[in-house]
Design a protein around this ligand. Sequence first.
Ligand SMILES: [Zn+2]
Length: 113
Amino acid sequence: MCFVDCTGHPAVPDAHGPLVMVNPVVLAHSGAETGREGCLSLPEVTANVERAVEVSVRFHDPDGVVREVGTSGFEARVILHEIDHLDGVLILDRVRSLALDVFPRVTRSRRRG
Ligand SMILES: [Zn+2]
């Protein structure tokens, strides 16, 4: 199970709201775009990750109702990122090059120190 909510994100004006996705499956995807991603499981880095631009997913909601959601752009990226977690895949598994596509995350305390 994973949870996604892009509500209020400036890149997602038409977000689908809170999505609790039980056993989500990617039904279809199209396009490809590389974007910088962070991950709470890897707080020290960000990475360039190629993902589909448009995605359609099917899942059960917490009431057991089957839902299908189609979305694109940042919300699609977030959903694919979270589904990767369910499959044990992290952004470092998705980069083309560990040398060229992974970047240290600059934190406020680091900038001061
Ligand atoms: Zn993550």
